[in-house]
Design a protein around this ligand. Structure first.
Ligand SMILES: *[C@@H]1O[C@H](CO)[C@@H](O)[C@H](O)[C@H]1NC(C)=O
Ligand SMILES: *[C@@H]1O[C@H](CO)[C@@H](O)[C@H](O)[C@H]1NC(C)=O
Ligand SMILES: *[C@@H]1O[C@H](CO)[C@@H](O)[C@H](O)[C@H]1NC(C)=O
Ligand SMILES: *[C@@H]1O[C@H](CO)[C@@H](O)[C@H](O)[C@H]1NC(C)=O
Length: 343
């Protein structure tokens, strides 16, 4: 998929909004003027969002009004628990939960939450490496097996000449636990999305892809799953001459995905736990949250419009440096068989 289709998505998302509310542009102008905090760049809003999802101390430094507006756009797929920063004890609890699983009497729901708050050891390790490297994408790339795996046909994509991935080859992490954790995140988003109004399908028209980044300044490891060239939910809505009159190229052919309000919920953010740089402790648990891009919210106002002209560049600058794209593709021919391809 090229830059053009990304841009079309952006343009389309703005034009839909305009046509659904003729006074919208005025509103938007008004909102900007009425901010009591200075209007900031997408990059600094993204940074504040990451702080809000960091330690209590980081969160407390954000302008209260902005923090409230950001919070109103957050739909957590896993409860947000900034206060579970009681370091060493938590990972142990998480290990016990995994090892004892069913016998611990914990429900799947609780175990899944714990896997997001305090992921398996290999993920914790990668999260720490990201921070220790000062947010250097090469630190992630070094964790990949150099073997280039050809991306196979995905749900008839080849026939339609649709190229889903940035490169025709993908790689995997050497440590298998990292690959399965990525698969777990995709599955969890699909499983829990409906609880916040986000119905996603794990197919090539919808949620199949995200961008793994190292956050600016903190080096915190994260993945942005969106429609805008990040974690891609609702990637290729079907052509519809009234509601979605955009031809997005080969990958759209065959889509039945309808355009609807759920399109506001395209941006899904995962953050790894945050390590303390100067000790072995962890200062914030992992996060999995949908960023609600409804037109009245700060996410739409401060983050999304900025992307219109500079899709990928601003994306990288906004949240951090993108290390790799993560694809979760159904490569099965008759039965579903999902596989991770890191490009
Ligand atoms: C975190 O805070 C919430 C609500 O403020 C509380 O219900 C929960 O028990 C706290 N968790 C810990 C581990 O302190
Ligand atoms: C999501 O899917 C469920 C069942 O498949 C349906 O009941 C619900 O209305 C859908 N929600 C949205 C927002 O589309
Ligand atoms: C990180 O560790 C240092 C040294 O143990 C400690 O002084 C500091 O308060 C910790 N930072 C956080 C945010 O917990
Ligand atoms: C699923 O795909 C992988 C290759 O990505 C293959 O090795 C495996 O045998 C497939 N499994 C099934 C059940 O088809």
């Amino acid at each position: 998929m090229g830059r053009l289709s990304l841009k079309l998505m952006l343009v389309f998302s703005l034009s839909i909004t305009v046509s659904s509310s003729s006074s919208f542009l005025l509103h938007r102008h008004y909102h900007h003027k009425s901010h009591s905090f200075p209007l900031k760049s997408a990059k600094s809003t993204a940074k504040d969002l990451l702080s809000l999802l960091g330690t209590k101390d980081q969160a407390s430094k954000i302008n209260t009004q902005e923090a409230q507006q950001l919070k109103s756009c957050l739909k957590f797929l896993v409860p947000f628990t900034p206060n579970t920063s009681n370091v060493e004890r938590i990972p142990r609890g998480r290990r016990e939960a995994m090892e004892m699983g069913i016998s611990s009497g914990k429900s799947d729901w609780v175990i899944e939450n714990e896997l997001v708050w305090w992921p398996p050891e290999a993920v914790m390790e990668l999260a720490r490496i990201s921070v220790d490297s000062g947010g250097d994408p090469a630190a992630i790339q070094r964790a990949l097996d150099p073997t280039a795996l050809p991306v196979p046909d995905v749900e008839g994509s080849k026939e339609k000449r649709c190229e889903l991935t940035r490169t025709p080859y993908g790689r995997r992490f050497v440590i298998e636990e990292l690959n399965s954790y990525l698969a777990f995140l995709f599955e969890l988003i699909a499983a829990r999305g409906p609880s916040v109004g986000l119905n996603v399908s794990l197919d090539r028209y919808d949620l199949f892809h995200g961008h793994l980044f190292l956050a600016t300044d903190s080096g915190r490891l994260g993945i942005l799953f969106t429609n805008f060239g990040r974690f891609h939910a609702k990637e290729y809505p079907a052509y519809d001459k009234d509601v979605f009159p955009y031809n997005m190229g080969y990958c759209q052919i065959g889509s039945n995905l309808a355009y609807d309000d759920a399109m506001n919920l395209r941006n899904i953010l995962w953050l790894a736990p945050l390590p303390n740089k100067s000790s072995k402790d962890w200062v914030a648990p992992g996060v999995l949250v949908v960023l609600d891009g409804h037109p009245e919210g700060i996410v739409y106002r401060e983050l999304i419009p900025e992307y219109v002209d500079y899709v990928r560049t601003i994306y990288e600058d906004d949240f951090g440096d993108v290390a790799v794209d993560v694809n979760y593709l159904n490569v099965g021919e008759t039965v579903a068989n999902y596989s991770i391809f890191i490009c």
